[in-house]
Design a protein around this ligand. Sequence first.
Ligand SMILES: C[S@@+](CC[C@H](N)C(=O)[O-])C[C@H]1O[C@@H](n2cnc3c(N)ncnc32)[C@H](O)[C@@H]1O
Length: 187
Amino acid sequence: MPPQDYWETLLDVPGILDAFGFGAQTGDVAELGCGYGTFTVPLARRIRGTVHAVDIEPAMVEQTLARARAAGVANVLASTRDVLATGFGVPAGACDAVLLFNILHGEEPVALLRAAAEAVRPGGIVAVIHWRTDLDTPRGPPAAIRPTPAQIAAWGGETGFLELAGPSFALPPWHYGLSLRRHGGAR
Ligand SMILES: C[S@@+](CC[C@H](N)C(=O)[O-])C[C@H]1O[C@@H](n2cnc3c(N)ncnc32)[C@H](O)[C@@H]1O
């Protein structure tokens, strides 16, 4: 990832959290790949539940916890995990939502979506953002591996548990978002 200060100029964090409707009514949320904690603390500030943040890189987890401490935010639990190997470390169906932000260009997107589907309750959402594919962006993965909204919706369907909750939407300046809803399975 680019340096934190630059990374965080590329994202409208409050606008993105608003677009998914995260607020005081939101219970526990799991976050896959918290990185610098860019979304973790702002999200924790606005929800009644706990943010269960995970990252495969210990330094990212330490930084996220340090930001939470500095902000005086108590509802962040962060741990070092490879979600592909050991999941999110939360009980199945425990979360109102899971964040998959800037992560689905990797090699095993369906496995990541399956892990997210397991953590989220029926009726809850998997919130996805990614770099737009229809314009040049100053950062982001190469075009060849950037997923489109349609691709992500199809991968969600492959899990057997996730369906598109509505149309994808722009998250200016450089991202789009979409929500996948957890259904009961076997559709
Ligand atoms: C591009 S960064 C995005 C960070 C953050 N979601 C954001 O948008 O600001 C992706 C992060 O996911 C983490 N990551 C990648 N694969 C992972 C895995 N299998 N389990 C947990 N974390 C992972 C990386 O270490 C990195 O910090």
